[in-house]
Design a binder for this molecule. Structure first.
Ligand SMILES: *Cc1c(COP(=O)(O)O)cnc(C)c1O
Length: 225
């Protein structure tokens, strides 16, 4: 039940050769595991649950870059606004407005990714093309968020062809996003896609940030968490 050092080292060298950022997804894992990976040089960690993230942030080294990758509720933004490095799952205008408001209160600009709906299943969160276009029009009013790119999750399936099609559709939307004027988006942009089971395919499809949990930390056991 601890860090898979061999897997970590090989994934890091594989990704750095491709200029892809690794977010180590540490949700449900003890602070000790994060500390162990931190000691090997890892600085980007991803969490899904607000309370768990707040506790870990307080207990662990202050130079960790915390990525919030879960589904964020508007009423919880205030807890992570003081320190969060990047919020991956922005999936509504209302949430973005709340992030802007809390960022303002903390006198900072919070980096965000817009989550795009690419999966065939109904269970995944994200914006469709019309919602993305609607959010784009609100961006000039939001001074304290910076839109750094897009995030997406493929369907939960063994079928690589389905996953590849979904990744390629997100890459296409990302290419269009990169045509947005700098000013309503960051200059250097991020495409966050790929997890333990599909990160290599995601990178082949144009991802430059992957979120990997179980390959690094072992399988999660929610029942004993
Ligand atoms: C849990 C999670 C991951 C990591 O999943 P693994 O399959 O363990 O690599 C990546 N992204 C999101 C949004 C997650 O919730």
């Amino acid at each position: 039940m601890s860090v898979n050092i061999t897997a970590y080292q090989s994934i890091v060298s594989e990704l750095s050769a491709e200029n892809v950022t690794l977010v180590a997804v540490s949700k449900t894992k003890p602070a000790q595991d994060i500390q162990e990976m931190y000691a090997m040089g890892q600085r980007d960690f991803g969490e899904n649950y607000v309370q768990e993230l707040v506790e870990k942030q307080a207990a662990l080294p202050q130079d960790i870059r915390w990525h919030f990758i879960g589904h964020l509720q508007s009423n919880k933004v205030k807890y992570i606004a003081p320190f969060v490095h990047l919020i991956h799952g922005v999936d509504s205008a209302k949430l973005l407005q709340e992030i802007n408001k809390q960022a303002l209160k903390n006198n900072r600009v919070i980096d965000c990714l817009l989550q795009v709906y690419i999966a065939q299943e109904e269970t995944k969160f994200g914006l469709d093309a019309a919602e993305l276009a609607a959010i784009k029009t609100t961006l000039p009013e939001l001074s304290n968020v910076r839109i750094c790119g897009l995030m997406g999750m493929a369907s939960l399936t063994e079928n690589k062809q389905i996953i590849e099609n979904e990744f390629l559709s997100l890459k296409k939307i990302f290419d269009a996003f990169n045509q947005w004027p700098v000013g309503i988006r960051a200059e250097k942009t991020i495409l966050s896609m790929g997890m333990s089971s599909d990160y290599q395919l995601a990178v082949a499809c144009g991802s430059n940030m992957v979120r990997i949990g179980s390959l690094l930390f072992g399988a999660r056991n929610y029942s004993t968490n």
